[in-house]
Design a protein around this ligand. Structure first.
Ligand code: NDP
Length: 261
């Protein structure tokens, strides 16, 4: 009997321990709720504790297990302490959805160095803090249970060119290329690594953009396509993690049907 058919289809992630970063809104919140619905115990990581508490309550009301970790992902020591708490309270993590990120836009000649730094600090350094803190658990869990997952949220911006979004796009190119390398390193140890590259998704992400030209461009896209929802991406994360252990989708692009570039 295959591993996939040995567990009930409704709860393919029963017994798994999932850490979701950026769990207080958007894609992370939807994914945490979805993964919990598929049977995983979930650890919720972001800065806004009130949002995480409300989400944890919803998970528990449905019979799930949720641990709240109010942590700034750019603070390496805090992320490391959070990883220790997950291991102590839920057991070794075997699914990391490394998803927290920020998108800002400005013409390069504006020299918006504070915005550049915020994106580099979270999208690159924060993402690496999570990789560093949780990889030992993923490797241990994969050795014991046969499979573990690291899903990194990149973007179609990793592949495409969006004027004014240079630093954001470059930070996501880092995520996609890093994921390819980590997959080659960790795959032989039964840790699957995937880069998830969504197109436009309706979340709080666009709300941080201040550049008027970029805002106008975003508003214009609403007239030509129906944006994805966070639930659309949550379903994809659940799909990746529910595949048989031998299957690693390395890179997954999820676009609104009407999105051209
Ligand atoms: P949201 O703004 O809704 O979510 C971002 C999440 O990141 C929030 O939970 C936020 O929580 C968290 N976060 C921000 N700063 C920090 C920090 N310093 N430490 C810890 N957590 C932090 O946007 P999305 O859900 O859209 O974004 C999720 C990911 O998806 C991002 O990596 C984004 O780049 C990517 N993406 C999004 C697309 C879209 O169109 N929406 C398209 C392609 C990729 P808090 O503020 O509470 O800390």
């Amino acid at each position: 009997m295959s591993t996939a058919s040995a567990v009930p289809a409704r709860q393919p992630l029963a017994g798994r321990v999932a850490v979701i970063t950026g769990a207080s809104s958007g894609i992370g919140a939807a994914s945490a709720e979805h993964l919990a619905g598929l049977g995983a115990d979930v650890a919720l990581l972001a800065r806004r504790a009130d949002r995480l508490d409300a989400l944890a309550e919803r998970v528990r009301e449905k019979g799930g297990t949720a641990l709240v970790l109010a942590v700034d992902a750019t603070d390496r020591a805090s992320v490391s302490a959070a990883a220790d708490r997950v291991a102590a309270e839920l057991g070794d993590t075997d699914l990391v959805f490394n998803n927290a990120g920020v998108m800002l836009a400005a013409p390069v000649e504006d020299v918006a160095s504070d915005q550049w730094q915020r994106q580099i600090d979270l999208n690159i350094t924060g993402l690496m803090n999570v990789v560093g803190a949780f990889t030992p658990q993923l490797v241990r869990a994969a050795a014991e249970r046969g499979v573990a997952d690291l899903v990194n949220t990149s973007s179609i911006a990793a592949q495409n060119v969006f004027p004014k979004f240079a630093v954001y796009s470059a930070s996501k190119a880092f995520v996609s290329h890093l994921s390819r390398h980590l997959r080659a390193e960790l795959g032989p140890r039964n840790v699957r690594v995937a880069a998830l590259e969504p197109g436009i998704v309706e979340t709080e992400l666009q709300g941080h953009v201040t550049d008027q030209g970029a805002l106008d461009w975003l508003a214009g896209t609403r007239e030509t396509m129906e944006w994805l929802t966070a639930d659309d991406i949550a379903t994809t994360v659940g799909f990746l993690a529910s595949l048989p252990p031998r299957v690693n989708i390395q890179q997954l692009t999820v676009l609104p049907t009407g999105q051209v570039d």
